[in-house]
Design a protein. Structure first.
Length: 425
């Protein structure tokens, strides 16, 4: 929460970072276009040690800008190797300059701070070391008021200051090294998770007779609403002969943040359920590359835009890791085509339903897939005597995941006995 003068100082430092970034990129791009080796990080530091753009910044910020510029080239060469092997469809683009393509003016993206010795961050203030020419005006260091919650506690590492041009706010992103949580020695208990687009997740826990489904209907409706708002704004801009605006960028940002909010809450709820039932291992299906060569026509918005499967998987893995639960990827092939009771092939008269002609079981397709993943991962085989029960469906009420048949103020579901007892008390 910087003041007016502090904003000017941050913009000055950001502009100097952009100047150094552009100078380093010019040097690397010219070497690349001439067929020469791109200089290493050590060579760039030695070469730009006396450069005016480097000397205008504190050493820890200048070194971090050079490091980020060199890492951009490392990523470019890694993607280029994948493209030459045929693993990428489009060739990667070389690192660009920090500038506005429309006006040609220099703009900064981030202010990186190298080490915690150069900054101090707590829940109320952020203190930064200033360049030499700005120290006299501000007493040596820049002290900014902050608001927010420090969610992770551990060894502080690098810090990055970013300016959100849509909200016109500054944000600090800190890297914290958190020790891995100690897993208590307890009996092995397994659970499995099936991911999907209509049903975002289907959870099967060992020892529970019912599976838990997280319906994506309300999340999808919210996504469609903001997509419609984006389309209306784009139509207005086309009539005015423009391509983008701050309002359009804000709508895209709102849609992304609301979708991520639902995913973060879903991952937290899954971790809470697993921890409550003392689960030690979660089998999570690996859907890498599942959308390749998939064309559903009008439904492409659902599969390719709304279904952020990699983001959801990463959030679930992070939440389970914090809870001390091991996550094991499982091959999903064939999990929906066989009955979880007897292992026989099933028929799908409807998209959400599977029917087994051998044992006569009628399953929800996602619940059947989740139980198959659990049985295959734990190597316990199929049980012919099992009787499938109707799975429990949870919906998103824009705040948390609740039962479809209960209000947001009521209980969540029958498996949470402790929470029901607490509400009754």
């Amino acid at each position: 929460m910087p003041g007016k003068q502090q904003r000017q100082v941050l913009e000055t430092i950001g502009d100097r970072c952009a100047a150094l970034w552009n100078a380093v990129q010019y040097r690397c791009r010219q070497a690349f276009f001439k067929g020469e080796p791109v200089p290493s990080y050590a060579a760039l530091c030695s070469e730009f040690k006396e450069h005016p753009a480097y000397r205008a910044l504190p050493a820890h910020i200048g070194q971090e800008v050079i490091k980020k510029a060199r890492k951009a080239w490392d990523s470019f060469f890694a993607c280029l190797r994948l493209y030459r092997k045929g693993e990428l469809e489009r060739p990667p683009r070389i690192p660009r300059y920090w500038k506005d393509r429309r006006t040609g003016k220099r703009t900064f993206c981030v202010i990186p701070v190298k080490a915690p010795t150069s900054y101090a961050l707590d829940s109320r203030t952020l203190s930064l070391t200033l360049p030499r020419d700005l120290r006299e005006k501000h007493g040596g260091r820049l002290v900014l008021h902050t608001k927010g919650v420090l969610r992770f506690h551990g060894t502080p590492k690098t810090l990055e200051l970013k300016y959100d041009r849509v909200k016109k706010r500054w944000y600090a992103h800190q890297v914290v090294e958190v020790p891995e949580p100690a897993r208590k020695t307890r009996p092995e208990k397994y659970a499995a998770l099936d991911l999907g687009a209509r049903v975002l997740a289907a959870l099967a826990v060992e020892g529970l007779d019912r599976q838990i489904l997280f319906s994506g209907r309300e999340v999808w409706k919210d996504f469609l609403y903001w997509t419609k708002q984006i389309a209306e704004e784009q139509s207005r801009l086309n009539q005015a002969g423009r391509k983008t605006s701050r309002q359009l960028r804000r709508l895209y940002q709102v849609r992304t943040r609301r979708l991520k909010h639902a995913f973060v809450a879903l991952a937290a709820e899954i971790a809470r359920i697993l921890k409550q039932h003392r689960v030690t291992t979660l089998f999570l299906e690996d859907l890498t590359g599942i959308r390749e060569d998939m064309d559903f026509g009008p439904k492409n918005l659902l599969v390719h835009n709304f279904w952020a499967v990699r983001q959801l998987r990463n959030l679930i893995e992070a939440a389970c890791t914090r809870a001390g639960i091991r996550v094991v990827p499982v091959e999903p092939r064939g999990t929906s085509s066989r009955c979880a009771v007897c292992g026989s092939p099933v028929k799908r008269p409807a998209r959400y339903k599977v029917v087994c002609e051998r044992c006569g079981c009628v399953w929800h397709a996602d619940a059947n897939a989740a139980l198959n993943i659990l049985l295959w991962g734990s190597s316990k085989g199929h049980g012919a005597e099992a009787t499938p029960l109707k799975p429990l469906a949870l919906r998103w009420d824009r705040h948390r995941w609740v039962s479809r048949f209960e209000s947001a103020a009521g209980t969540l579901y029958a498996t949470s006995g402790s929470r029901m007892a607490a509400r009754a008390a």
